[in-house]
Design a protein around this ligand. Structure first.
Ligand code: SF4
Length: 334
């Protein structure tokens, strides 16, 4: 257990954690909602400062990031715990702390992780699998080293981080994929244990900060895919973030506490895609629906196929321009 970042004393024995939108106020001995930050005698500590559950080299398209260093692999790191409680979590084996309180993982250091990433010749480092916000200490240390080695840092997050979190890492992170799980507060409260507004605020702030941003919505038929709600998401992205921000519509498959709900079908996903396009979004992608569907990039100006993505082929123009009309396709292409 090591000192945590971003907290303040409310009184001699109570602390407030400033890392995410929950702003947990903790009395002596209490853990935050994430289960990994604890008040010990009036000081906040993290139990995951040096703990990882998963390390893997992943295609960057799996994050998903389609406009950031395409075709490369990213050194992907996960820890344990989460500040949300999504009933449809696809990684509950690491996001949910068991009732026993025993946390499984491997103790390591930021230096060892960066050395491994260099050994693997990774083009980037991604903090992913579980919510990275709650292990800011490891990200802070690793991103400082990554910066020194010119290795870009990626976060894959639910977007429920605080402005303090974003400010602290402002110059250390290059790209993010943020979930927009719904456009309804009720959904965030009932199915995620979170709130919508802080996520929208993070998205707007991240866009202004200049991190490369892509947005993902897991489409759950009958829960968050009414035409009105999908249209609200699309309009928010267009008006507040920009029509050129890539939006990934990903199909739900039964997971964790939602085993009884049907898979989202390709047709249901395509209905959401059509609304995104109607609202003027330039790069809308489909995910989790099998091979070679909905992953290509088309030029918004001349409709030419610009980038092709399938399990067996990834092609894109290194120039970042449409080879037919020269239109700039936003992103970091090499
Ligand atoms: S990271 Fe969020 S959930 Fe965890 S203790 Fe801090 S405010 Fe609470």
């Amino acid at each position: 257990m090591l000192d945590a970042l971003l907290w303040l004393n409310i009184d001699d024995t109570t602390v407030e954690c400033l890392v995410c939108g929950h702003h947990c106020r903790l009395k002596n001995g209490m853990k935050g909602r994430c289960g990994v930050r604890v008040n010990k005698e009036g000081k906040l500590f993290s139990v995951v400062t040096d703990l990882v559950s998963s390390i893997q080299m992943d295609p960057i398209e799996k994050k998903p990031l389609y406009h950031f260093l395409p075709g490369t692999r990213t050194f992907s790191i996960g820890s344990v715990g989460c500040n949300f409680r999504c009933k449809f979590c696809q990684n509950d084996h690491i996001s949910v702390i068991p009732k026993s309180g025993i946390i499984n993982g491997k103790r390591t250091s930021a230096r060892s992780l960066i050395d491994l990433a260099i050994q693997y010749k990774s083009k980037s480092i991604a903090f992913t699998y579980n919510e990275p916000t709650i292990f800011i200490e490891l990200i802070n240390d690793a991103s400082e080293l990554a910066f020194a080695h010119k290795i870009p840092v990626i976060l894959v997050s639910n977007g429920f981080m605080s402005t303090d979190f974003l400010d602290m890492l402002a110059n250390r992170v290059q790209a993010v994929n943020i979930d927009l799980k719904s456009f309804r507060e009720d959904f965030y409260r009932e199915y995620c244990g979170g709130h919508l507004r802080p996520v929208l605020d993070s998205l707007k702030r991240i866009r202004k900060m200049g991190w490369w941003l892509e947005v993902t919505t897991l489409v759950i038929h009958g829960l968050n895919d009414s035409p009105e709600e999908i249209r609200d998401c699309a309009r928010f992205i267009r008006d507040e973030l920009g029509a050129d921000v890539p939006w990934h519509l990903s199909a739900f498959h039964p997971a964790y506490l939602m085993q009884d709900r049907a898979d989202t079908s390709l047709e249901q996903l395509q209905a959401a895609w059509s609304i995104g396009k109607e609202e003027g979004l330039e790069y809308v992608y489909l995910g989790n629906v099998g091979a070679a569907v909905g992953g290509n990039t088309y030029c918004p100006q001349c409709s030419n196929l610009v980038a092709e993505r399938s399990p067996w082929k990834i092609s894109f123009p290194a120039s970042g321009k449409c080879p037919k009309c020269g239109h700039d396709i936003p992103g970091v292409w090499h």
